[in-house]
Unconditional design. Structure first.
Length: 128
């Protein structure tokens, strides 16, 4: 058997390429799916998982006028690791929503995401 090689990046859909937000010198990767001008919904991926899981909901989000904002949590996917805990996640989420110009957003998550999802809601009531 030959050595395994990484696949070319060409197999990735165009919307899978991450965008980045600088969080105090740390890159927070994210992607948006669905309707680019739709109502924002913060997508908290599960464990394991990444922002790419949000792509599974892209067509449904577009049909419903939703802009799905899917970040990689610190140390996962293309986001840089950080000495941060789950209690720090609301600050990252709020910064990302502000970065994309969202005054408010709904939050959705599954699998290992409810822990991060429930941290965002009570700490940022204006972003419910």
């Amino acid at each position: 058997m030959g050595a395994a090689t990484a696949p070319d990046a060409d197999w990735r859909p165009e919307d899978a390429a991450p965008k980045y937000l600088d969080r105090d010198g740390r890159a927070l990767a994210y992607a948006t799916y669905g309707d680019p001008t739709g109502r924002p919904v913060l997508f908290c991926h599960g464990t394991p998982g990444s922002r790419l899981l949000g792509r599974l909901l892209s067509a449904a989000a577009a049909e419903r006028g939703i802009r799905l904002v899917a970040p990689d949590r610190p140390g996962i996917g293309d986001s840089e690791a950080a000495e941060r805990g789950i209690d720090d996640w609301p600050d990252d989420a709020a910064a990302l929503l502000s970065h994309i110009g969202a005054d408010e957003a709904r939050v959705v998550g599954f699998s290992g995401a409810p822990r991060s999802r429930w941290r965002v809601i009570p700490s940022r009531p204006s972003r419910r």
